[in-house]
Design a binder for this molecule. Sequence first.
Ligand SMILES: [Ca+2]
Ligand SMILES: [Ca+2]
Length: 851
Amino acid sequence: MIAKKLLLILVLLIAPSINATAAINITVQTSNGADINSIAASLGGTVVDSMPGGAYLLSVASMPTGPLPKGVESIEQNTLLILPRFKGAALSTSSGSGTLPWYANQPAMQLVRSELARTRSTGRGVIIADINAAIDVSHPALRGHLTGGYDFVGSGSPRTRVGATLDQATSSYLDQSTASFLDQSTASFLDQSTASFLDQSTASFLDQSTASFLDQSTASFLDQSTASFLDSGSAGHGHATMVAGIMVAIAPDALIMPLRAFDDSGTGDAFQVAKAIRYAVRNGAQIINLSLGLSDQSKTVQAAIAFAAANNVIVVASAGNSDSAASQYPAVLPGVLGVAAADRNDLKATFSNYGESVFVTAPGVNIVTAYPGNGYAVASGTSFSAAFVSAEAALIRSLTANGVADAIAGSSVNIDGLNSSYAGQLGYGRIDLYAALTSQFQTTVQGPASRQTDRYIVMFRPGNSKADRQATASQHGASVRFNYDVVDAIAISVPSQAALAMMRNDNKVLEVIPDRPVFLLGGAGGGGAVTTSQVTPAGVTKVGVPTTTSNGAGIGVAVVDTGIDFKQTDLAPATQSFTAFGTSCQDDNGHGTHVAGTIAALSNTIGVVGVAPQSKPYCVKVLDSLGNGTDSTIIAGLDWIYNNANLVTPVIRVANMSFGRIGTISDNSAYRTAVQRLYNMGIVMVVAAGNDRTREVSQIVPSAYPEVINVASTSALNGTTACKTSRSTIAADTASYFTTDGLLNLTTTVGVTVSAPGEDKEDINSSCAAVSTGILSLKLGGGTIRYSGTSMAAPHVAGVVARMMQAGTSGVENIRTKLRSSAQKVGTAPLNSIITGYTFDGEREGIAKAP
Ligand SMILES: [Ca+2]
Ligand SMILES: [Ca+2]
């Protein structure tokens, strides 16, 4: 059992004492070309340090008062920083290292599906800068995983930190050897039971892992020259080694750039951290890990983080270990992914901060990792949670340069239900590394890493007019992005967390909701096509080719998407209706044009013919050229439909929504309310079920809403095979390899209503893998192209619904019933896939059929 190991409990607390002295250090931000020497003279100070970007550290007698000297943009006192407290236990184990540390599959890493994630990405080609204290570069778990770093503490002329001295007594453990560190803790070990410290899963993991541990030594690359500074004299300091040990286990092919900005006492300052951030950006880091907290806001650090963001560098920071909702810097800053800690059961760690500083939550309790002196330790703290997210960012960044933060957010698991006291305060939820790397996020997340921390949706109490809402926002310094009619809400951006807090505390305000990113649910599948005459796509044939009496005539269909290509002759009847971006509804992505073509491409001599060629497409642009949008842009599109559906000719009776995000039925009451209002108007919202077969529609928004018609994807045609070991093929009407599904609950009406083609077919190639041939439809810029996805299945049903309405059926539930009663192959289709991982959801709801 665990007791046979030497387990040493210790609690590391770092607390500096500040002694008042005569001089202080200030950071002076100069404007371009300013002479720092004359500025220093005018302030009566001396220059201590400098960094690129025109920031200087000056020692002065007292904080300057009065007007700023010429050439100075701002002055702030240099903030003293200390590394966060953490709790840990040293493990005495004779462990060496393989390429992957022995603790890589510990329970916390199983929880976030780290092993599965490594089948998709190992972080190759990505550099994670870790701004921390000294690291044990010779640790076997870190060998071969480090790249050249920099020592901001020991390099150059050491500057004296004037204005604060450190009480050596509280930090003495850092100066001691690992041996004495362990000796000291023996006493506390005897006083505590190991069982109470470790959760059962960690304890049993340790018991198994060390027994079967293989002593593999690897002759790995290590640049000793750049690393030599790191192992000088502070082997006892564990923080940096422990953080790096986690990142190595999750992203073994990423390289860690150790940047030492904290001395052996665990103390640094804002100027050093800012300098290290800028160094990381200039030296090629794509991710910066900040397992640290500032006691106060620092413009110098904020400017460095903005510099990182402007260079597409992801910055991750720990949310802090004070069990507090107070803002923690830098985690709370725009452009920083703040990370809270949770335990093995997804319960918020008792010590973890929560609230606005939190972007996501990650394991941070009883984490096994490397410890200086070839040792290992079990530790708890948000420092370690941040390391998980930095490593996750590296896995994604290895595959795609953009959209990293969105992928992390969109794939996280909402854990509010398990943490009701902290609902809405644990960010997007607990990370899931494998989900972050699934094809849905890989292929559709292309936009800039747009964590729009300043964007929120604000629900007002009923009775507050649009003018009231506008005035409330102005009063608190928020700017209004959308002011809705469909729901008593506005979408805002806030200049600061203080402004957000004022909005939240205003008694007119009911709720403040994060403005979450939304993803398209379809993309290129099987290339394009050039045709000289009109083609009837296989999916249109499957659901029923239009006739002279069944063609959607007189029915308006809102295409809520990336826009419509108005140069496409096949979509000539389309009108510019609404755009959440700029002034034009012109498609600049291609997704919306493809969807619109499946619904309504004219029956003529060119391109394709849609399911309902006489229906009228209305262009409602809620996603930008990269397919990026948020809940607020979606609601803005629904708001336009709400206001205009009955004013236009023909009236809008159907809306196609081929997008989604991970979420729940209750995570955005404004979005849900807007959908309910449209439902009550009799507008049929046809929604793509989702492209993640590991999820249910109940885990995707808006699919989780009972008001919508969810459409899962099937293949339209029989596939072929080139596989030599099996001659089986994938038949028409088989569940697509990517489709999300979910049994329709007839009471709640949550679930998949019907299936429809989201791809032409799935062939099996010579490697015996399935290859999708997409749905043929219209291409942005002219001609046709094939796309696959549930995005393509939904518009087939939107066209079918238009034809049902043309034939006299109205009311959303009447349509739902009709779609199900008239479906083809009910009880037979979707067929189980013979090759992919589709698991039957309990109902074969059939393939949609037009009247
Ligand atoms: Ca046509
Ligand atoms: Ca089903």
